[in-house]
Design a protein around this ligand. Structure first.
Ligand SMILES: Nc1ncnc2c1ncn2[C@@H]1O[C@H](COP(=O)(O)OP(=O)(O)OP(=O)(O)O)[C@@H](O)[C@H]1O
Length: 264
């Protein structure tokens, strides 16, 4: 296994005044091209910190991240991020929000017509072409997340980084969007790293589930492969013994072996 994306011996400490806290300790992970990896762990263990290091928004205190043999040390369009709260620009239409990303990456290599087509193709892919002229304030939370995903995919990133992308949505919208993300990943072969708190979501979507120990000094406790064939159908999986066993293993890790301890 070569490792398309490699996280190597990452430590991360934060210093506030005289106090230094080591949040992550010796985190190493390899993600293969086209793989969907979820990161699960209790609140505050350092999942976002890890994703932000991969995004290049934070730098590791020691160790590092390598994407296709290139060291990551700044944000770049090869790693597109989708946040829990959409982060669309409220004064721009959904079209312009996606077009901005397309122009940023493809201005020099694609004509205006091609960039327009790409923008529309991405909106189509997430079934939002009908709302291309609406502003974020005029569409639902689930729709905003779909536009955020279109914007991220429009940059043709090597890795899609999802930080609890469905966390703020109601259960039905969430399920619908999970299915859409699974279909998109199957279609595009995207490499995805996703943070989630939701055990079912992790099992349904992932090829591997990375389970983190509690912080401070959090690290990877266990990596669970999810040997379920794709496409995955949530209703059938609800009674699938492999699905149920994966679910049990994650629950056991989180609630028996590494149960959450409230900070003092
Ligand atoms: N910029 C910062 N400065 C100081 N401490 C920070 C900073 N960012 C994060 N932390 C601390 O690092 C720890 C991990 O935070 P992080 O947001 O990565 O956790 P998380 O697992 O993503 O949490 P949650 O699941 O609640 O979103 C927390 O204790 C947090 O307070």
């Amino acid at each position: 296994m070569s490792g398309f994306l490699k996280i190597e011996n990452v430590d991360k400490s934060f210093t506030r005044g005289a106090a230094t806290t080591k949040v992550l300790e010796n985190v190493s992970l390899k993600v293969e091209k086209g793989q969907f990896v979820s990161i699960i762990g209790h609140s505050g263990c350092g999942k976002s910190t890890l994703l932000n290091i991969v995004a290049g928004l934070l730098s590791a205190t020691s160790g590092g991240v390598i994407l296709e043999e290139q060291e990551v040390n700044a944000p770049g369009p090869d790693r597109a991020m989708v946040f829990q709260n959409h982060s669309l620009l409220p004064w721009l239409s959904t079209y312009d929000n996606v077009r901005l990303a397309v122009d940023k990456v493809f201005r020099k290599v694609a004509t205006r017509a091609e960039r327009h087509q790409r923008t529309m193709r991405m909106l189509d892919l997430v079934q939002m072409a009908h709302a291309k002229d609406k502003r974020p304030g005029e569409i639902s939370g689930g729709m905003k997340q779909r536009v955020g995903i279109a914007r991220a995919l429009a940059m043709e990133p090597k890795v899609l980084l999802l930080d609890e992308p469905f966390g703020a949505l109601d259960a039905l919208t969430r399920a619908h969007l999970q299915d859409q993300v699974m279909a998109l990943q199957a279609k595009l072969g995207a490499t995805v790293m996703m943070i989630t708190h939701d055990v079912d979501e992790a099992v349904l979507l992932s090829d591997r589930i990375v389970m983190m120990t509690n912080g401070p000094r959090a690290t990877i406790g266990e990596i669970l492969p999810v040997p379920l064939a794709r496409p995955r159908e949530r209703v059938e999986l609800a009674v699938d013994p492999v699905y149920l066993e994966c679910r049990r293993r994650v629950l056991q890790f989180l609630y028996e072996r590494h149960s959450y301890v409230e900070a003092a």
